[in-house]
Design a protein. Sequence first.
Lengths: 357, 426, 338
Amino acid sequence: MADATAHRRTIGTLLTARRGRGKLHWTDIFTYLYLAFGILLMFGPVVWLVLSSFKTPAGLLEFPPTLLPLGQISAEVEGYDKPLPIFRATLEDGTEMELAQVRRIGIVSQMVDPANPDQTYKVPISNRTPVREFRIASENYTEPLRKFNFGGYLWNSIIVTVVATAITLLINSMAAYGLSIYEFKGRNAIMIFVIGTLMIPITVILVPVYLVVTSLDMVNSLWAVILPGAATPTGVFLLRQYMLTLPRDLIEAARMDRASEWQIYWRVVLPLALPAIAVLAIFSIMWRWNDFLWPLIVLNRSEVYTLQLGLNAFQGELDVQWHYILAMTVVTLIPVVVVFGFLQRFITTGIASSGMK
Amino acid sequence: MTNRMKTLLGTSVLSLALLTGNAMAEADLRMTWYNDGNESEAMQALLDKFEKQNPDISVTLDVVPYKAILESLPVQLAAGDGPDIARVTDLGGLSKYYLDMTPYLENADYWRENFGPFLKWLDPDGDQISGFMTQLTVTGPYVNKTLFEQAGVAMPGEGATWDDWAKAVNEVAAKLDIPIPMAWDRSGHRVSGPAIAMGAKMFDDDGNPALVDDGLKSMATKLYDWHQDGTMAKELWGSVSGSTYLGANEDFANAQVVMYMSGSWQIPQFADKIGDAFDWWAVPAPCGTAACTGMPGGAALVAMKDSDHPEEVAKLMDFLAQEENLAEFYGKNLFIPGHLGLATGGVDFATDDPRAKHALETFANAVPGISPTAFDLQGYANNRVMFNALISRLGEAIVGELTLDQAFDRMTQDVEKQLAEKERGN
Amino acid sequence: MSPKPSKTASEQLQAIAAWPLQMFFRLLDIPLRGIQKMGGIGSMPYVFLLPNLAFFGMFVIIPLFINFGFSLTGGTNLFLQDRVYVGGEQYSFLFKCENYMVSATCQEDRFWKGIFNTAIFVLFQVTFLVIFSLITAIILNRKIRARGFFRAVFFFPVLLSPVVVALIWKWILLRDGILNAFLVSLGLDKILFFVSPEWAMFWAVFVSIWAHMGFYTLILLAGLQAIPPDLYEAAEMDGTSKERVFWRITLPLLWPNMLVVIVLALIKGVQIFDEVYVLTGGGPGTATQFIVQYIYNTGFTNQVQNFGLASASSVVLGVVLFVLTMLQLAATRRRNNG
């Protein structure tokens, strides 16, 4: 990594310093504009999602939308059982007052002065606006989460993700090793075959795969989610490309030392291929974590639900509940953000150095 | 703890968790359920009660997204991996997987008396007893009465036609600057009621589906024109493809819509979301040239043939179907009862919202006035084929991809093609 | 697994995690060594390939055969043995057309509309995806502050699930969404993005680029970093303009990575489904209904699940994709060799 940094520095200096010190080339201005715009465009939508997820259903329906989640203030008024919502009302004589609404009949709202509960007013509803304060609608989160076995689904998701990723890494790296280190009959055929399967989206063979899973009697077990996607062509492809770049003399030297082929694989090649394996691990984790369509078909018992299924279970036939959808989307995002935070350096440098040529 | 022990523990917990998927108790029943609101809570309460009375039977409620009921459940049932009981909306289409509970029921007459017309929906060609309606729905419009009052426009009364309503809502919208005068759910089921009101027969004299006739054409043309002149907003019907359902409930709740054609199932949601922010008012189905009708519909809880425990399944279903239990279920959820005894006797709905009460009353009173054609259509096993052809092609016409005449031809073709495919090999 | 002694927490963690792994690999060495003794080194590649190929065979190849079998049958039965053999009927139904250029004249108009839409989508999506990935990679390769942070910024959408991506953007683009609020605040009218076919296609392309650009940017970044810096230094000595350096040095040397990007982007572009399905639902009308969505709808969401027709369509799609990829690989090879 050290000399890569040095390279970058020289290129960087070269690119920025050509027109003399202090003077900006148009590319510099463009760069910073582009990056500023990039932050807005890439982060903005997610920030907006998170802010929106804390709004009440009524708050979500507002136009123009408020930036921060707001909730209407309500107050206890003497003589009324429930807290009453507070409005800023313009009275007939033009004075403005903060009043509590007792009830609304048609287009007239019956209001009361919270400071002076005996005084009631009748205000047309177009002359009042709700008084609001910053308030987080945490019930968007707690309500759906309370309804289901969050811990259980999380556990299933973790098992699926971990076991599937482990299997994927093992068998993909073995296959990649076989395809990159040895010359043998049928190698090209297998490579074409791998690339060929790269092109088939699972969506178009859902039913046939389901038939296979049924005949293996795996429906409603986590294996049905783990196994079918384990042999990823992308993984084989990526790892093989990386292993092709490894120096051959290391392998030859190990053979001289009478290491078995299996030992060469796990003691020599695997450690060297770690950056590429890390990349595949991250992708595998993301694929498994986000998987929805396939689990929806093979899992229909709540004890084997993954988080994605559980979080979507409140989506009914007739009702789109944005406040829940947004909140649950944020929930599924959290682990992704955490993994990304930890592995960010690995991802960006890993893919970069894995070559992908 | 040593590393070794940790690993050991980790792997054994892991393998345990992987195994549980296959573990099954002697009479462990599975009920696949979807939620529109919170219905599963009321159902769970009943199941708890049942389990207390029958300690040898355990029931697990599996709540799935509605998408799974429509798309995954048929495949699972075909493969023999289905649940024992499921809440479904494709009532006739899945008929071949239903269990006939008649031999297991102590009092089959109770079922026939109280669920009579709906049993036919579940088994169009026979007289099996397979389940009951968790919810009877009736389609019909809601209006924002407050907007009418603010605009000073009189609401069309009983017997008003769709054209009367279109004129009135346009007037209101123009006066108050409301963006969407009228909105309909994007659903073939919703369109069918008014189409029947305009004289659509839906079937030919031999009872075979004949979707496109003059009645349907005249309603479809009206809808097409309303989209062109701005009475209806293109964003609802125009913005998705195929038979995708879209509702305008959010817009209506936000007072962006004067009149919203949907159905009784919106009541709990509106009571919750709108509350008293404005008067949302269910009105009787507007009239066409032939009738003033909506469509009946709903979801049913059905027992499945492949169950290993048919007797226990029937016992559970019988328990759930008892009048007091259903009354509790319908009442809690503000559902129109699909139980004739309760329909006449009345259910004590758990709401004190006058708008919700009025709406429930309006829809319940609409049931006797529903056209027989609408009942036939609802009872027809392949009705979704017709609904989907209707809405998807009409949608394509509205956005200008097809002319109306092309759309009508395509509707006919779509229905023919799909029915022919279904006939093949059966 | 790391042979280097080290004290950082992450490496200690690695060491702990490595212990069971070591045992696992060591145990496996015993039987595998035996196989190697019996079969010689020549047998080893097959041993290494076996598990992966077994999974492939089970969950990809067998389903592909079943799929092909489905495409020759009709009816709605699930199991192949219960289905009615109809020969090439499903295929001929798909291809029944008066004029292949006008999808409305075809029997199965939505299939052709799907193909047509997919072609347009791929054309725009791949073009702009490559252009923006390239610009981003070049910018991230410059000497800028907080480069790691900016890389992360452009990369993180890759990790979001398609459904999440679509929901995020749908929420922004709704009639009362924040983008329309912005337009209104500028004094413009609201735009109903999902009602106009052009806007819907624009956003389908935009959102899929937004979600995937980070991945391709990194591939190109790797290529940029592999370009020897002395080339740039030499160019600077000669006083070559930056623009010229880009066209004469950067782009040609980056070409292999560009090809990977183009091939992968094309394959993924043709497979586009979830994001757009959630975002636009394929609408308005059928303006953004792509081929995979057509297959999914035909075989899955319709009340009559027509597995036969869906399979026939997917076989057609597969053949087209395969031919496209092979042509590209051939082109690459020719370029590399000559």
